[in-house]
Design a protein around this ligand. Sequence first.
Ligand code: HEM
Length: 578
Amino acid sequence: MASLYFILLVIFVLVSLAYYLALPRVIPHIPHNRSSARSILGDLPALLANFKATSENVNWMTQQCVTLNSPLIQLFLWPGAFPLLVLSDHRETEDILIRRTREFDRSDIIARLLGGLVPYATIVMPSHELFKSQRRIWANTMSTAFLNGVAAPQIHEATMDLVRLWRRKQALAGGRCFAAAENIRHAAMDAIWAVAVGTKLGGVQTQLDFLASNVSIFVPNDAPEAPVEFPEADMPEVYTAISTLLDSVAGILSSPFPKVYAFFMRQRSWYRKANAMKTRTMRELVRQCREEYIRTPKSALQRPASAMEHVLRREASELAKEEGRDSKPGSRGDEREMIDELFMFLVAGHETTATTTTWGLKYLASSPTVQDRLHRAIQAALPSASPTQIPSADQIVAADIPYLDAAIAEMLRCGRTTTGAVRVAKVDCEVLGYRIPKGSSILCSTCGPSFLHDTLHVDEESRSQSSKAAGGKCREWESLGKQDFKPERWLERIGDGDGELEVVFNPNAGPSLPFGAGPRGCFGKKLALMEMRIMIILLLLNFELNEVPDPLGGYEAIEGVTVTRQPRKCFVKLGLRN
Ligand code: HEM
C-alpha cells in the first residue's frame, strides 16, 4: 500500500512539474494577458479564434497592445517557451532595426521557415562574417546599373505579356469582371525568374497560348455582375515545381511546429520531386552561363543578362584580383550558394511584389479620383505614351512622377503585404524601459499603433539613448486618416529657388516600414519598387480599372495561407484606354 502511495506521489510530482514547466515563462513587468500567463496554452486559443474569424494573426497581436495600453507586450504562443514580444511604436522599431544592431539580429524564425529550402542563402543566416561576404558579392545586383540595364527590360517584357493576356480576357469577358491575382502572380514570377537567371519562364505566355486555343469560357449571362471564369492552362513542369516549393513555405508558416513540419514535408515525394527538378534546372543554367563566359573572349563580352551572370563574373574578377591571374567564373563560389541565392530571389521577391500589386489595383479601382490623377500624372511625364506607343523600360525608369511614387508608397502602407520584422535579442538589454532577456524574439509590427492606428503613449525617458538622439525623424500622419488610401500624404511642396513651388515625393513623410529597415531590411527593395513602377505604368496606360461589384470587392485579407498578407478577393473589371 505504502508503495502505491509513493508511486502516486511521484506521478503527482512529475505531472505538477511538467505542468509547471509547460506554463508560460513570463518576463517580469512586461504587460501581458494575466489569464494567459496561467494557462499552458497561453494566448494561443485567443489567437486561433481570431484567425478563424478574420483569417489574420498580426492584427490580433497588435490589438493586444491597444487592449493592454502598452506599445510593448508579451504573448505566450508556445507551451513552456519564451514569450513573443510585440512592439508597435515606429520610433523604437526604427531604432532596433537600424541602430541597435549590436543588441538585435535577424531572428531564426526566418531560418526555420526557409532553412530547408535555401539553406545556403543569406536570408537564413545571422549577421556573421559569411553573411557579410556573401551579401557583398550579391549587393551589385541591386546597383542602379543592374536594375536599369538588366532588370527593368525583363520586368517590362513580363508585364507586357500580362497586358496582352488581359486585353484578350477583357475582350472575351466583354468588359466584365474576372479574377486577377493568379495572373499577377504568374507575371511577377516570370519577371523575377528572368531577372535572376535571364531566361523566359513563360507562365503568362502559357495562359495566353491556352486562351488562343479556343477553350470554352463560362460567361454567366443570367448574372451580369458575376465574374467570368477563365480556365487555367497546365503550367510548364519547371514552373509547377517552383510554385510547389514556394507554396510549401506557407505550410511551414502556419504550423505550430515549423521545424518538425518542414522535416516531414521534405520527405514527401511531391516535395522531393519538385526540389530535384528545381535544382537540376538551376544547376544546368549556372553551368551554361559559366561555359558561355569561358568561351567568350573578354573583348566580346556583352552586358550581363541576369543576376546569375552578374555574380559569376564578379566572383571571377574578385578571384582574379586576389590571385593575380585570370580565373574561371564560379570557381570560387560554392554552387549551392549560387543556386540558393538565386532561388531566394524567387522566394523573397515573387509573392511580395505580386501581393502588393494586387492590393494596389484594388485600391485604385475603388478610388477613381486617385486613379484618374495617377493616370494624368503618368501621361504628363510620358506625353507620347499610349497603348499603341508603349514607353520603353528606360523611359519608364527615368520618368519623374512624384504622384506615382506616392501611390506605390501608399499601396505598400495600406496593403500591409508584410506586417513586421522579427529580431532576436543577442544580449540582455532594455526596450522602452523593460528588461529583455537574451534570446527573446521581438516582432516589430509595422501595421499596428503608431503606423495605422493611434500611437500609444511612450514616456520619452524610457526610450533608448540612440532613439532619443535620433528624435522623431518620421513624422506622424496628421491631417489624413491613418487608414485611408491617400497618396497625397506622401507629397510635399518645396520652393525651387525661383519662388515656384514644386511637388515632391517625401519617403519620410510619416511612419511606414513595409521593407523593414537597417542592415537586415529588405535586400530587394529597389527591385520591388522598380517592378511596381513598371507594372502600374503599363497597366494604367492600357486599362481603366473600374470598380467591381461589392461581393467581389472589399479589403478582407488572409494570412498564413501564403507568406504574405493577401487580399481575400482580387477581381478586375477592365475598360480599355486609347
Ligand atoms: C513589395 C515587395 C517586397 C516587400 C514588401 C518586401 C518586404 C520585406 C521585408 C519586410 C523584409 C524583412 C526586413 C526586416 O527584417 O527588416 C524583407 C527581407 C528580404 N527581402 Fe524583401 N520585400 C519585397 C520584395 C523583395 C524582392 C523583389 C526581393 C528580391 C531579391 C526581396 C528580397 C529580400 C531578401 C533577400 C530579404 C532578406 C534580407 C536579409 O536577410 O538581410 N524582397 N523583405
